[in-house]
Every structure is written in structure tokens, then in C-alpha cells.
Design a protein around this ligand. Structure first.
Ligand code: GTR
Length: 326
């Protein structure tokens, strides 16, 4: 192909991109801590495509992945202030702000991922989404975060006793600090982006997360002992800034809500595939996975966390309804 032809093709492609971008009247900026291709990032991109089509280009979404707009705690504040339009975050970093989010963040509250889906897809999920509004955020949809387990750089954890005195990074939430103390270890809350180097330099012994995060963050390279104790099944959430929301017409608000809900099955499918792929990748890279772990001592030891955080009648009722959900 001649240089001239290559150049003109490139110019044409550029022109097409400009037209596509210009076709969007409003581009919503959405934050995510994960890299391109991660299920949460891909799901919000899929939502953006649906929204663009359904609003005839009135609304588009641009996902800023890899924490380009900041770590989760900061991105939440920026979203409350309307600097960021949308944010895809774990429920964990909301725990210290919105009390309802503490309940699905309790250790072993869900019996399985299916149980979590039944709860979060129903009225309890709706109540939790509604709890965001007084905090200048609109709760749009829940995504999957699988189950989280402990991993570390030092030795295989085969029972609770092996955790004693170790230092684990947790998300910035008091619930998780107490959860780790309850099993005899020490918790260090810190942003996700600091975990790799903190393990590498020995500031902490390890952290806890699901397969896709353990893999995509590269933490398995510096902490190869992964124990499948599955202490948390914390859903993830997609929120919009109330300031952005209030600028949208009722019609566009409905379109945003619907596209967010419609992105959930897309996300779940991507999640299932990624969980399997991530597990296979870390195992092939030499991660030592301890699967035959008795969870009962962990469940028992973590019970005081419920006593500390489930104090009001409202929260007690929510826990009881979750436990009664099949
Ligand atoms: C991941 C989650 C992120 C973030 C991260 C963390 O599983 O998808 O939103 O919360 O964990 O541990 O900070």
C-alpha cells in the first residue's frame, strides 16, 4: 500500500472517530480502578454502547480505567462532588459513609454467590441502592466481585492459627479491620494501588481478594500462597453523581437506569469467564492454592464483627431477611 493511501486511510479513520465523538451530546466520565478488559470496565463500556444507541447519541460513557481518576476512596468523593459522573466501586469503601452497605460487606453473610444474587437482585438490593441518594450519589446496579480470600508472601495458611500476627491489607473500611483482627491477624487499610509494592517491600504480608483481582493486579507474583477461605462476597456497585443525575431529563434518567441494569447479565457472564481464566493463570504461574480449609472456625471467630456493626433494628432486620432468603 502506498504511503499516500495509508495516510489518507488513517485520516479517514481519524475523521470517523471525531464524528462518533461529536455525535455524543454528553459524555459521562466513569471511573474504575481495574485495567482495560477487566469485567467491570467492559460492562460499563457495554452499558455506554446501549445508552448511546438508545438515546440516539445524547448520552455516551467514557470509562477511565486503571485508577486514572484516582483510587476508590478519592473517586467516591469526586463523584459526590460531581467532578466524576460515574464510579464503579466495591461496596467496601462505602461502609464508613453509608451504613446499609456494611451489611453485604459482613464476613460470611452470603452462603454462596447465588445467595448474594438472590438478595441483591431483590428488595434488599433496592433498599441498599436507594441508601446512596442522601449521600449525593445514585445507586444504579450491583456487579459481581466473587468471593475474597487471604493470600500472603510467607507461608501456606491451612488453618486460622497460621494467620496469627500476620499483617494484611484491607479495603478502607472499619468492618474489614475488625474482621481481620477477629482471626488474630493485623489489618492495614490502604488503597488498592499501593498493595503490590507494600507486599514486595514487606510492609504487609499479604492481602485478600478474588481471583481476577489477585491475578490482574499481579499480587500473585509477590504473594503466592492463596487460601480459599472465602470470607467475603462483597458486591460491587455502579453509582452516578447526583449532580450529574439532576441535570438529566427524566427520560434520560430512565435510560441510564435501564442500561445499567441491562449491563448486569453482561458483567456476570464476563465475570464467570474471567474467574476461571484468572485462577488458571495464577496456578500456572506457581501460586500455591490451599482449598481444603475448614471455614467453621473462621465463621465463628468473625461473629463479633456482627455484634459490633449490626446494632440498629433496621440493620438487624436486614441481616435476618438476608439469612431467610433462599
Ligand atoms: C476488587 C474490587 C475493587 C477494589 C479492590 C480492592 O476486587 O473489584 O473495586 O475494591 O478489590 O481490594 O481495593
Amino acid at each position: 500500500m502506498s504511503v499516500y493511501k495509508t495516510l489518507s486511510l488513517a485520516l479517514l479513520a481519524g475523521a470517523a472517530m471525531v464524528t462518533a465523538a461529536q455525535a455524543c451530546e454528553t459524555t459521562l466520565r466513569s471511573s474504575d480502578t481495574h485495567p482495560e478488559g477487566y469485567p467491570t470496565v467492559a460492562a460499563v463500556e457495554a452499558m455506554g454502547k446501549m445508552l448511546e444507541e438508545r438515546t440516539n447519541g445524547r448520552l455516551c460513557i467514557e470509562v477511565f480505567h486503571s485508577a486514572q481518576l484516582g483510587e476508590e476512596k478519592d473517586s467516591i468523593e469526586q463523584t459526590q462532588f460531581g467532578v466524576i459522573d460515574m464510579d464503579r466501586v466495591s461496596l467496601g469503601p462505602f461502609n464508613n459513609i453509608i451504613e446499609e452497605t456494611k451489611i453485604p460487606s459482613l464476613p460470611y453473610i452470603f452462603r454462596s454467590v447465588d445467595h448474594m444474587h438472590h438478595v441483591m437482585d431483590g428488595p434488599i438490593g433496592d433498599e441498599i441502592l436507594a441508601a446512596f441518594e442522601p449521600h449525593d450519589l445514585i445507586g444504579l446496579a450491583f456487579y459481581d466481585g466473587g468471593s475474597r480470600s487471604f493470600y500472603n508472601s510467607d507461608h501456606p495458611i491451612k488453618s486460622m492459627a497460621d494467620l496469627k500476627g500476620m499483617k494484611f491489607r484491607v479495603m478502607q473500611s472499619d468492618v474489614f479491620v475488625d474482621m481481620v483482627s477477629a482471626v488474630g491477624a493485623n489489618a492495614t487499610p490502604m488503597p488498592y494501588g499501593e498493595v503490590y509494592s507494600s507486599i514486595q517491600t514487606g510492609v504487609i504480608d499479604g492481602a485478600e481478594n478474588n481471583w481476577p483481582s489477585y491475578e490482574s493486579s499481579g499480587h500473585y507474583e509477590v504473594a503466592k500462597y492463596y487460601t480459599l477461605d472465602q470470607h467475603l462476597i462483597v458486591p460491587e456497585v455502579l453509582v452516578m453523581s447526583k449532580m450529574t443525575w439532576d441535570k438529566l431529563s427524566p427520560e434520560d434518567q430512565a435510560a441510564v437506569r435501564k442500561a445499567a441494569k441491562d449491563s448486569v447479565p453482561v458483567m456476570r457472564k464476563l465475570w464467570e469467564e474471567r474467574e476461571a481464566a484468572s485462577e488458571a493463570k495464577v496456578r500456572a504461574a506457581g501460586a500455591q492454592v490451599i482449598t481444603d480449609i475448614d471455614k467453621t472456625p473462621f465463621i465463628e471467630a468473625m461473629k463479633p464483627v456482627y455484634a459490633k456493626y449490626v446494632t440498629s433494628d433496621k440493620l438487624k432486620d436486614m441481616v435476618a431477611r438476608i439469612q431467610a432468603t433462599q
